[in-house]
Design a protein around this ligand. Structure first.
Ligand code: ADP
Ligand code: MG
Length: 316
């Protein structure tokens, strides 16, 4: 069931992932919602352990969610059988991992690595050769086509990895900290390449990163906190009065399907918001006020004495 061009490429609805380790349950994703349109270049950021890799594994058909719905390019990813999953990974997706060794086979040359996904898809030798030439030129490594990964720098290896990911003309490239092992200058080259690929080929790219540099490259940054999307930062170009281009970055809170909103921690702490807030509808916006009845009486209800000492100042 191929998707139509107007549908989002990725739609995650209430994704939950629970890992069971012995008797312990780890909730890696707790109701994550995400929509990505075709042609977007999106960065996913978040603290270590926030669920970024788990999300990518589920989108990539490498793992299944415990609950929730995930549709990628019209495929119900969680419901595919093993054969469909393999085809999906080969034809719809490209992957770039952090560990250069996971991206490339060490005993194949750069060109052979780029041709391997096409070989597995039964594409003719002639077409493989033409496509690998085109891709190696695109990443600026045509002159290194016959080098094995061991003879390439870390940055070159990741650029080849991008070509491998693009070999079968995927709808979506998933990259999990692709520059995590690179220095800043080399990381920038790899991000420049990803942006270039996104613009020139129109392929949708979802990249997980710790790197603040990325923020300048992508149109949207999605922050994940505790297994949920918490905020999104959109960037757009605008003209100053003097006529110069500059980039405006605006942070948004994410509204889920049923209207729930997660406030950024910094805002909650700035006003000492606690348990509940008062909402006031204005003609074109909504105000959020601290709970006026919350006069510091039960900052921590569980620890407060039953009769309360009262009279405390409101949390500030
Ligand atoms: P991130 O990529 O944002 O650092 P992960 O998605 O790797 O986060 O992990 C999210 C949470 O799920 C963490 O608490 C992690 O320990 C846990 N987790 C991830 N994979 C597994 C697994 N295979 N088994 C058990 N727990 C896991
Ligand atoms: Mg990770």
């Amino acid at each position: 069931m191929p998707a139509t061009a107007t549908e989002p490429l990725i739609e995650c609805d209430g994704l939950v992932k629970i890992f069971k380790v012995a008797d312990l349950e780890v909730v890696a994703l707790q109701g994550l919602d995400l929509i990505v349109d075709r042609g977007e270049f999106v960065a996913i950021v978040g603290a270590s352990g926030s669920g970024k890799s788990t999300l990518l594994s589920i989108l990539g058909g490498l793992d299944v969610p415990s609950a929730g719905r995930v549709v990628v390019d019209g495929h119900l990813v969680a419901e595919m059988d093993a054969a469909e999953r393999t085809g999906y990974r080969r034809r719809v997706l490209g992957f770039v991992w952090q560990q250069t060794a996971r991206n490339l086979l060490p005993y194949l040359t750069a060109r052979e690595n780029v041709e391997l996904p096409m070989l597995l898809e039964g594409i003719s030798r002639k077409r493989r050769r033409a496509r690998s030439t085109e891709l190696l030129e695109l990443i600026g490594l045509a002159d290194r086509a016959d080098h094995r990964p061991g003879a390439l720098s870390g940055g070159e290896q990741q650029r080849v990895a991008v070509s491998v990911a693009l070999a079968n003309e995927p709808a979506l490239v998933l990259a999990d900290e692709p520059t995590g092992e690179l220095d800043t200058a080399t990381a920038r080259e790899v991000f420049d390449l990803l942006r270039d690929v996104n613009r020139r080929l129109g392929v949708t790219i979802l990249v997980v990163t710790h790197d603040p540099l990325v923020a300048e490259q992508v149109s949207r940054t999605i922050a994940i906190r505790d297994g949920r999307t918490s905020t999104e930062t959109l960037r757009r170009r605008a003209l100053t009065d003097a006529g110069d281009h500059h980039v405006i970055a605006e942070e948004y809170a994410v509204l889920d399907r049923v209207g729930r909103l997660q406030l950024p921690r910094a805002l909650v702490e700035a006003l000492g918001l606690h348990r509940r807030v008062r909402l006031v509808l204005e003609p074109d916006h909504i105000e959020i006020w601290p709970d006026a009845s919350d006069e510091g009486a039960d900052d921590d209800a569980a620890n407060a004495p039953a009769n309360g000492s009262g009279g405390g100042a409101a949390p500030s």
